[in-house]
Every structure is written in C-alpha cells, then in structure tokens.
Design a protein around this ligand. Structure first.
Ligand code: MBD
Ligand code: FE
Length: 282
C-alpha cells in the first residue's frame, strides 16, 4: 500500500482527540469544588503510595513524564482512557440497570451516521472484505413492550481491523449506520464481520504495551448504541464466541452476556445471529 495511506497511531489519535473535543459539553462536572477536591486528592494519594511502596526512581519518574507528554502529542488520551479506565466508569454508571448489559463506548464512535429503516445494509465498499453477517433482533422495554422506531446505531471495524474516519482510505461512513426498528421493534442489519482490533504499535499506548510485555488486542466486536423515547440509551459491544482475545480483551470490556453465537445464514451466504435489546425506562 501507499505509505501515505498507512494507518498511524498519531493520525487515528488526532482524529479521536478532535472528535471527542467537538462532542464534549464541558464544565459542569468541574463546578463541584468539594467533589473535585476529593477525587483529585485521592488520585494523587494513590500515586504517592505507589511511589513509596515501589521506591520509584528519578529515571522512572522522568520516563513517566516523557511518556505522558507523548500520549498527548500522539492524541492517544482517548485511546488510553477508553482502553484502561472506561470499563470501571461503565460498571459504576450502569450497576442498577435491569435491561441489557452495556459496555464501554471506546474512542471511535461518530454520531449522526446514515439512517435506514428496519432492514438495512451498512454502508460499505463494493468489494468490502469479510464474511457477510446478518445481525437481527428486537428492541423491547423492560416490561416486554416492543419499541417501534427505536434507534439502533452500529459501528465497527472492517475485516482489516480499521475504523472509517480514523484510518485513511475508507469511505466516510464505512460500516457505520443508524437503523430504526419497525412497528414490532424489529431490525435486520446486513454487514461484514469485523476483525480483532490491535492497539496501534507505533504510538504511546503501543510503547506502554510493549514495555510491560502485554498483548495489544481487543476481540472482534460490533459497537452499538440503542435508544428509544422514554428509555435509557444503552451503549454496548458484542463479540463472537471462540474468537481471539474474547477471554483476554486488553480493554476489559467483554461480559458473558455480550458474546454472540452466529450460525451459517439461512440464505446460504455468511452468518446470521439474533440478539435482542431490553431498555430500562428513563
Ligand atoms: C476500539 O476499537 C475499542 O472499541 C476500544 C474500546 C478501544 C480501542 C479500540
Ligand atoms: Fe472498537
């Protein structure tokens, strides 16, 4: 491939940083002085404690300082935080939900993807690689009521593990779409199965992974946001049983309820799977 078209950590990081900044409605969470005092003080205390317990050296302190600076220069704060921190925020945020399980959003969501009625094929290239997948299901409320006109937003990597708008050379909305359910709450989405995702090895997060001797992989996954009037939006991801790294996701975002069992499609091409979403009332 043309080197100018090669996916780089810095380019996808810059795009993720820019997208986050443009969506972020700042400020109100910083207005509670007491809360900020508590959280910032305890975070610093945790750092101080680690330094004392492990007798952190000046060489290590300087390495950390250089690495933190580089994370920002690479635009990898969204990646770093979503891979290693977001799963606990999600756990706390959704601990009281009765409906379907959620998990982390990650750094590659883009709102306002092209919209379709209940039977849809995600935007994709004419020669889009990968196994065809029919993903279908029903959206209901916790009491079982079907939710007509619910919004099922889906986005995922392609068969090379790349996300449109964060890697070069892909159509703007490749493998991203918003599907509205029919009057019974049903949807059917045709797409191509994604590949596992590797954290870029040429950026700061990749350097940390290599330095710590970790692996850099997330299992193949579909991202979804499902919402309906009067109900809580759910952000989730679905995985493929038996796939690489389902058992050791670097982002700690797999839950047993989120693992799909696709079967060969009745149509004879590719696979199909049914997965229903249950939304909590707002
Ligand atoms: C991804 O595709 C992702 O979903 C997360 C959470 C982090 C990095 C890449
Ligand atoms: Fe992802």
């Amino acid at each position: 491939p043309n080197p100018a078209e090669e996916a780089t950590a810095a380019a996808s990081g810059a795009a993720a940083t820019e997208k986050f900044r443009s969506r972020q409605h700042t400020g109100s969470a910083m207005a509670d002085t007491k809360r900020v005092d508590t959280l910032a003080s305890e975070m610093l205390s945790a750092v101080h404690d680690i330094i004392r317990r492990h007798k952190v050296t000046y060489a290590e302190y300087d390495a950390l300082k250089a690495w933190l600076i580089q994370v920002g220069l690479d635009g990898e704060w969204p990646l770093f935080l979503d891979v290693w921190v977001e799963h606990v925020v999600e756990e706390v945020a959704n601990e009281n939900r009765q409906g379907s399980k959620g998990t982390i959003e990650g750094p590659y969501y883009v709102p306002d993807s092209p919209s379709f009625t209940a039977i849809a094929t995600l935007p994709m290239r004419e020669d889009e690689p990968g196994t065809p997948l029919l993903f279908q299901g029903q959206v209901t409320s916790v009491d079982g009521t079907p939710l007509a006109g619910a919004k099922v937003e889906m986005w995922h990597a392609d068969a090379n593990g790349l996300y449109s708008q964060f890697a070069p050379g892909l159509p703007e909305w490749n493998l991203r779409g918003t599907v509205l359910t029919d009057d019974q709450g049903n949807f059917r989405i045709h797409t191509k199965e994604p590949a596992p995702y590797q954290i870029p090895t040429d950026g700061s997060c990749g350097k940390l992974i290599a330095a710590a001797g970790w692996h850099a992989w997330r299992p193949a996954h579909l991202h979804l946001k499902v919402s309906a009037p009067g109900h809580q939006l759910i952000t989730t991801q679905l995985y493929f049983r038996g796939g690489s790294h389902v058992e050791d996701d670097i982002a700690s975002a797999v839950k047993p309820e989120l693992v799909l069992d696709p079967a060969p499609a009745a149509s004879g091409t590719g696979n199909e799977v049914t997965y229903d979403f249950v939304l909590d009332r707002a």
